[in-house]
Design a protein around this ligand. Sequence first.
Ligand code: BTN
Length: 243
Amino acid sequence: IGRHIHFQETVDSTQKIAARLGYEGAPEGTVVVAEEQTAGRGRLNRQWYSPSGTGIWMSILLRPNIPVHQAPQLTLLAAVSVAQAIEEIGITVGIKWPNDILIGGKKAVGILTELQADPDRIHAVIVGIGINVNQQSYHFASEIENIATSLCIETGTHVNRATLMQRIFANMEKLYKEYLQNGFTVIKVLWESYAISIGKEIKARTMHETLIGTAIGITDDGVLILEEKNGSIHYIHSADIEI
Ligand code: BTN
């Protein structure tokens, strides 16, 4: 991972460029990185602020030979790789399901996974990772300033983006090999060791409804399991979680 890197100064979204490379047959492990994104995309059709020179905005192309329903596992794998890399530079992090990385309760990293697939076969998985690295508080738009943070704000020091990226590639390559060889088990245990939503009362807003209950765990496919007070169990594939 990271042996083929396409670096660009300004792009609309690295996801779009990686998607094009995916269709053109680019090899697994190809990475697209940009200094700035003018139309960075977040989960649930949100915008992702990607100002110039402050963060890591990148998309990683993978071509795993796995069934489509297992693709969310790769999002959790990516979250673990990034969480490990940030901990390696001395910052304690937690993961909020599925893949927000929080520091002191505020979001520093977002991950967006997109698929190029037929119903029965994955052609490519594009893992988009956005890390707020060297932003100061004034860089954040007012609607996110209370919920977002950066590594620099949390440590009080400038963080080298190239070093952090190298750590992420190294961690991800190791975990990805483990995953392809032995499946999701080890990744799941690691993910759970960072999880801050499991065992807690949460509010989950899905496309259709808002559910309140206890997050009791994740399935082997990375799906969140929520238990309501009345005992009914819900499997949540996509939602916004409030703890
Ligand atoms: C989220 O909503 O938490 C996911 C944010 C993902 C942002 C990254 S930045 C690099 C890549 N390109 C995009 O347009 N989005 C992802």
